[in-house]
Design a protein around this ligand. Structure first.
Ligand SMILES: [Fe+2]
Ligand SMILES: [Fe+2]
Length: 224
């Protein structure tokens, strides 16, 4: 029998991915347009804080995905998820350095600005073996919408964040792998309508959240 994978819902998945990416792209452009008027490095640090936190929480969640469900996947997919996890740890380290350079504090606990995101993903981990993968696939796809604005700003503000251009070039490359891996796993392991329903539910919830939380007005500056 032919395996259906994501095929019956691929159009909907693509639409959700585009909606999330577009929302993040617009929000990032707006943030940097406002930043240009008043380039306060602490505000920039605050913008990176939830992004930095997401890097390390991906490590926790990927490892938990592997611990709970990894043995129901092919061994090569455990390896791929572990590589994904390792790269997120590197991102946490690199984005952390950008924040420190800006005079901010690297998050070591979930910041308010990332709490809803965190809660949703842990809930997805409990729900279904593919739900968290689906939710973070939307989140990671959407984050791609911020890269152009971030790279452009890292050239404009080289004095404030000298490492950011190189760091984000690396992140862009790694994220291509993460987004592709998520799509591959969802397609490989979605076996029935229930699986596809759980994938869409998780993705829709993440789109809602991403379209709401990545707003410049939600950047919380602390440490003054
Ligand atoms: Fe990352
Ligand atoms: Fe990633």
């Amino acid at each position: 029998m032919k395996r259906k994978g994501l095929e019956p819902i691929q159009n909907e998945v693509d639409r959700l991915r585009e909606t999330a990416t577009e929302a993040v792209r617009i929000a990032s452009e707006r943030f940097f347009a406002e930043y240009d008027k008043d380039p306060d490095p602490l505000r920039l640090a605050a913008w990176f804080v939830p992004r930095c936190w997401r890097e390390i929480e991906y490590v926790f969640m990927l490892n938990e995905e592997i611990r709970r469900y990894g043995l129901s996947f092919e061994r090569k997919h455990i390896t791929a998820l572990s590589k994904h996890s390792f790269q997120e740890a590197q991102h946490y380290e690199m984005v952390g350095r950008i924040i420190e350079h800006l005079g901010g504090e690297v998050p070591v606990t979930v910041p308010e600005s990332a709490r809803a995101w965190s809660d949703l993903l842990w809930d997805c981990l409990d729900r279904h073996r593919l739900a968290a993968i689906a939710a973070w696939n939307i989140s990671e796809t959407a984050a791609g919408g911020s890269f152009d604005a971030t790279l452009a700003a890292s050239e404009r503000y080289q004095d404030q964040m000298p490492e950011a251009f190189r760091v984000y070039k690396q992140i862009v490359k790694d994220e291509n792998f993460h987004v592709g891996l998520g799509q591959l796993l969802l397609d490989r392991y979605a076996e029935n309508d229930k699986d596809r329903e759980e994938i869409l539910r998780a993705m829709r919830e993440m789109v809602e959240l991403v379209a709401y939380t990545y707003k410049p007005e939600n950047v919380v500056v602390t440490g003054r």
